[in-house]
Design a protein around this ligand. Structure first.
Ligand code: ZN
Length: 617
C-alpha cells in the first residue's frame, strides 16, 4: 500500500516517467498516448508494450494495435528502430525524449482498450509503453478529455491515485511504478455511479452502458461481499479505496482483477431490478463474478506465485499454481454469497453441483492434472478448440472442487477447529512479511503448517493426479447428499432434480443456430466411433431432415444400440455414417442437504456454510 504522499516523495529523488493519454479521435477509436523520459539511456532508450495483461494468461501482443509511433526530443524528430514485435529503440538524443503512439482501441472486453463516442476504457498494458530499465520509476499520467461539446459531461473512474485531478475528473494521476500503472484500468464517459463503504474503505460502483440497475440494492449486496472477505483475511483491508468498473451489454460475461479495482462485463439483465427478492440465476451469477474478482485483491494480486514476482510482460510466465489462485478464488466466490447471507444453502449447493457436472462432462480430466492445466494455460485453457473437453481440465472448476475437498479435509481432521480460511490467512501473513511470491512446493508446505494436517497425499492425488475426486464421500461427511443422473437436455447444467432424462445420445454438442453443426465430438461416444467430426453439419437422420432445434429429440426417440443412418456435410462433401446411439452417461450432479445429519455432521456443515448456531453439545 502506498499513499499519494509516498509516491510524491519518491518523485523528488527520481524523475517520473510522464504519460499523457488523450481520447483524441473517438470516432476512429484512437487514443493518442505519449511517454516522456527525462533521462533516456544515452546509448539509445528502449521501450516495449506488454505481450499480455496480468490475470489473463494468453499472449495477446497488444503492440499490434499501435497504428503510428514517432519519437521527438527538443522539438526535433528522433529515429526509432523496431527491434522485435513489441520493442523499439530510440536513437541517442537530447533530453527529454518523448514517444507518441496512436493506438486503435476497439476491443470491448475487460482486457484491452475500447473507445467510441459513448465512452472510453483502457487497461494500461495495452496503451502505456514500458521504458526498459526504468520500470521502477514513479509515473505521472495526464488523462485528457476528448475535444468537443459532446464530451463536456464525461467523467473518469479509476482506482489510480489522484495527483492534481479532482475526484472523477480528467487531469493528472500518479503511481509508484510501471507495474502499478498498468494495474489501474480507467473508464471515461457518462457512467452511473454509486459509492459505499466496506469496513470503512470507500468503494465505488461504476456502470457504463444502458441499464436499469437498482444501484442501492447492488451497493448493499456488494458491501456484504466486501466486508465478509475483508474480515476473512483480516482488517485493515490492503487497499485505500476500491472501484467496480462494470460494462453492461446486451450479452456478455467476464472479469479481470486488479489491486484496487476490477473490470467486469455483464449482460444488463444480470443486474438487479427494483423489487427483486432473492437473487435469480442471472444476478446470482453477477454477484459471484464480482465476489471472485474481489477475492483476487488478496489471492493473486498480493499473494502471488513466485513466477509472477516480478511479471515478465514480454513472454509467458509459467506456474503450476493457477489452480490455487483461480480454483480457490472460484471456491470462495460463491461460498462468500452463502456465508454473507445473500443466497440460501440450497442455492449454493446448486452452484457447486453445476461445477461438478461441468468437470464430469469432460474426459480431459483423466488426461491433464490441474497442475498441468495451470502450466499450459497459455496454450490450452486460454486457447480452447473443438477437442478441449477431451483433452484439458479447467483449473478453475476442478480447482474449486479441490479447494472444497481441501477445506473439508482440514475441517474433518482438525474436528472443525481449522479450515481453508486459516490457510488463506497464513498465505496472506507470509506475503505481508516477506513481500515475495509463493513457490510451488511452498504453497503446500504453508497449507500443511497452517492447518496442522498432513496434506502431502492430498496434493499428490488431487493437484497432480488425474483420478476422479472423491466428492460423494466428502460431501456425505458434511451432511450433503451427492447424486448423479443423466441429463434432461443439452441445456441441463445440473444442480436440480429431474423427472425425465434423456434416453439416447450421440456424444456430441451442437451449435445454436439453424443447422445442426457439431461443435464437439466427445471421446468414446457414439458419434466419434462412427467417424463424425466436430465441424460436420448433420442434415438428416434416417433420411429425414434435422436442424439444431430438432436434433436432440430426433436422436432421443431412438433406442440405444439401434442404428441411425446419418447424412452430414464435412466441408462441401456429403458423407454418410452408421451411428449407434447410446444411453447417456450419469454425469449430471445434484446436491441436497441431508435433513437429519446428526449433531456432529451438522456442526461441521454449519461451520462450512458460515451458519452460527448455539452450540448443542
Ligand atoms: Zn479469477
Amino acid at each position: 500500500m502506498r499513499s499519494v504522499d509516498d509516491i510524491a516523495r519518491k518523485m523528488k529523488n527520481l524523475p517520473p516517467i510522464r504519460y499523457r493519454i488523450a481520447a483524441s479521435n473517438p470516432e476512429a477509436h484512437l487514443f493518442e498516448v505519449a511517454c516522456t523520459v527525462a533521462d533516456p539511456d544515452p546509448a539509445g532508450q528502449r521501450f516495449f508494450l506488454p505481450a499480455w495483461a496480468p490475470g489473463s494468461y494468453m499472449i495477446r501482443e497488444f503492440a499490434r494495435h499501435i497504428v503510428t509511433i514517432r519519437a521527438q526530443a527538443n522539438g526535433k524528430k528522433v529515429g526509432l528502430v523496431k527491434l522485435d514485435k513489441h520493442t523499439w529503440q530510440a536513437a541517442p538524443c537530447a533530453e527529454p525524449l518523448t514517444v507518441v503512439c496512436e493506438i486503435y482501441a476497439w476491443d470491448l472486453s475487460v482486457r484491452a482498450a475500447h473507445l467510441d463516442t459513448t465512452h472510453g476504457f483502457f487497461n494500461g498494458s495495452s496503451v502505456f509503453l514500458c521504458v526498459n530499465g526504468l520500470e521502477d520509476r514513479p509515473c505521472r499520467v495526464e488523462i485528457l478529455r476528448p475535444a468537443g461539446a459532446a464530451y463536456r459531461g464525461w467523467r473518469v473512474a479509476t482506482a489510480m491515485p489522484r495527483d492534481r485531478a479532482k475526484a472523477y475528473g480528467f487531469g493528472s494521476y500518479i503511481v509508484a511504478n510501471y507495474e502499478e500503472l498498468i494495474d489501474h484500468p480507467v473508464e471515461m464517459g457518462n457512467f452511473a455511479l454509486k459509492a459505499f463503504r466496506a469496513c470503512g474503505v470507500p468503494h465505488d460502483i461504476v456502470i457504463t452502458g444502458r441499464q436499469r440497475c437498482d444501484m442501492d440494492r447492488l451497493a448493499a449486496d456488494l458491501k456484504r461481499i466486501c466486508e465478509y472477505q475483508i474480515r476473512l483475511f483480516g482488517e485493515p483491508a490492503p487497499m485505500q479505496r476500491y472501484v467496480f468498473l462494470v460494462t453492461a451489454l446486451g450479452d456478455g460475461y467476464g472479469g479481470l482483477e486488479h489491486r484496487a479495482s476490477t473490470a467486469l462485463v455483464c449482460a444488463r439483465d444480470d443486474l438487479p431490478r427494483i423489487g427483486m427478492r432473492e437473487p435469480g440465476d442471472a444476478y446470482r451469477g453477477f454477484l459471484g463474478l464480482a465476489s471472485h474478482e474481489y477475492f483476487h485483491t488478496w489471492n493473486v494480486k498480493r499473494i502471488k506465485p513466485a513466477a509472477f514476482v516480478p511479471y515478465d510482460l514480454t513472454r509467458e510466465n509459467y506456474t503450476r499454481l493457477l489452480w490455487a489462485f483461480e480454483g480457490i478464488t472460484s471456491y470462495y466466490d460463491d461460498l462468500t454469497l452463502v456465508r454473507a447471507g445473500l443466497i440460501s444453502a440450497e442455492s449454493y449447493l446448486e452452484l457447486v453441483a453445476r461445477v461438478a457436472t461441468s468437470v464430469l462432462r469432460g474426459s480431459g480430466r483423466h488426461k491433464q492434472s490441474v497442475a498441468e492445466s495451470s502450466f499450459d494455460a497459455w496454450i490450452k485453457y486460454y486457447r480452447q478448440d473443438e477437442n478441449a473437453p477431451n483433452a484439458i481440465v479447467s483449473y478453475y472448476l476442478k480447482g474449486s472442487l479441490i479447494a472444497l475437498l481441501l477445506d473439508f479435509t482440514i475441517r474433518r481432521e482438525s474436528r472443525g477447529r481449522r479450515s481453508l480460511d486459516d490457510v488463506m490467512r497464513a498465505l496472506w501473513k507470509k506475503t505481508r512479511v516477506t513481500g515475495g511470491g509463493i513457490e510451488e512446493q511452498e504453497w503446500e508446505a504453508i497449507a500443511t503448517k497452517a492447518s496442522g494436517v498432513d496434506l502431502r497425499g492430498f496434493f499428490d492425488s488431487t493437484v497432480r493426479g488425474r483420478r476422479e475426486l472423491p466428492l460423494a464421500d466428502a460431501l456425505a461427511a458434511f451432511g450433503v447428499e451427492f447424486e448423479l443422473r443423466a441429463a434432461q437436455s443439452a441445456n441441463d447444467r445440473g444442480g436440480k432434480g429431474a423427472s425425465v432424462v434423456l434416453n439416447a445420445v450421440l456424444g456430441v454438442r451442437v451449435a445454436s443456430g439453424r443447422e445442426a453443426r457439431l461443435t464437439h465430438v466427445l471421446d468414446g461416444g457414439a458419434a466419434q466411433k462412427a467417424g463424425l467430426s466436430a465441424g460436420d453439419v448433420v442434415i438428416a437422420l434416417d433420411g429425414l431432415r434435422v436442424t439444431a432445434a430438432s436434433f436432440e429429440q430426433a436422436v432421443n426417440s431412438r433406442t440405444p444400440g439401434s442404428t441411425i443412418e446419418v447424412h452430414a456435410f464435412r466441408r462441401d462433401e456429403l458423407m454418410q455414417f452408421q451411428v449407434k446411439p447410446r444411453a447417456p452417461a450419469r454425469d449430471t450432479c445434484v446436491l441436497t442437504l441431508n435433513p437429519n445429519p446428526g449433531a456432529r455432521v451438522l456442526a461441521l456443515r454449519d461451520g462450512w456454510l458460515g451458519r452460527r448456531r448455539k452450540a448443542a453439545r
